[in-house]
Design a binder for this molecule. Structure first.
Ligand SMILES: [Zn+2]
Length: 286
């Protein structure tokens, strides 16, 4: 769901994720802290993905580190489809207890966010240290450092008997307009931003998750004293993966025949795993 506060030069996004999270999380048997982290990452990816204007555009969020307990977390969004997975060291994770900090999970990691703009072929990537209390905080830093856009992100995740749900809110201040990417300085104490970020920051985890509170009402509750709030309703997000036999055949056909021969098993097939959905494909190339 999109909204803008025209008088304050602010734009926002709000998402709620339900069954799509369970579908993505079910691809691997993740321990609880990893499930929680991946659900947060997927909610943030959905928020950032809906900033793309182009239907063919793709947003990729990747957190990575050399020898962390989690060495890779990757999520992407394209045209209403989400996917993601986490690679981690189970034995070391178990030693961390039930509520590991971001630092204990990743150590000295970094966060890369990539906007592929689709039809124009343009690509923006920014990398920031993976610091702060949460992934949301690290993403706020990304926008501040790489894009010079004051940004607030709030995420709540709940694991209930009926599955996992997440709610998330993003607010950004764009005093120079949405289009200009060259921003010379960031003014975090701009009165417009101070005002709206305090309002948005007052949101509670309960409000982010409450199924009885639809997103429009949630935004209205936060900003009801503003002169104008423009709201555009969003779409339903689904789990999507690009793993098809054709896709892998296309990738493998770019390898030299001798290299492919080394990858083949005794049946002349090459086995390829999709990490996003834990499916295996047997590819044959003549
Ligand atoms: Zn897949």
């Amino acid at each position: 769901m999109h909204f803008t506060l025209p008088d304050r030069n602010a734009r926002g996004r709000a998402v709620r994720l339900g069954p799509v999270l369970d579908t993505i999380l079910a691809a691997h048997s993740y321990p609880a802290p990893v499930k929680h982290l991946l659900a947060q990452a997927l909610a943030i990816t959905a928020l950032l993905g809906t900033l793309l204007k182009d239907k063919e555009g793709q947003l990729t969020l990747q957190a990575q580190t050399q020898d962390g307990v989690i060495d890779l977390l990757v999520c992407d969004y394209r045209n209403g489809e989400l996917r993601g997975y986490v690679r981690h060291d189970r034995a070391r994770l178990d030693e961390l207890g039930p509520n590991p900090s971001l630092f204990s999970l990743f150590g000295d990691g970094y966060l890369a966010i990539t906007f592929d703009l689709g039809s124009t072929g343009e690509r923006y990537q920014g990398v920031v240290p993976l610091e702060g209390e949460s992934l949301a905080e690290a993403c706020e830093q990304y926008f501040l450092q790489s894009e010079q856009i004051p940004t607030l992100i709030r995420v709540a995740v709940q694991h209930g008997p009926d599955g996992c749900t997440a709610g998330a809110l993003l607010l950004q201040h764009l005093p120079d307009g949405e289009e200009g990417r060259e921003r010379l300085h960031v003014q975090l104490d701009h009165p417009e931003w101070e005002h709206v970020s305090i309002l948005a920051g007052s949101i509670s985890e309960e409000e982010l998750l409450d199924p009885a509170l639809d997103l429009e009402s949630m935004v209205w509750r936060l900003f009801h004293e503003e002169r104008e709030v423009r709201v555009h309703s969003g779409r339903v997000l689904t789990r999507g993966c690009r793993c098809t036999v054709d896709h892998y055949r296309d990738i493998l056909s770019r390898f030299a025949a001798s290299e492919r021969a080394e990858m083949e098993d005794e049946n002349g097939q090459i086995l390829v795993d999709c990490s996003f959905c834990s499916r295996q494909f047997a590819i044959e190339i003549d």
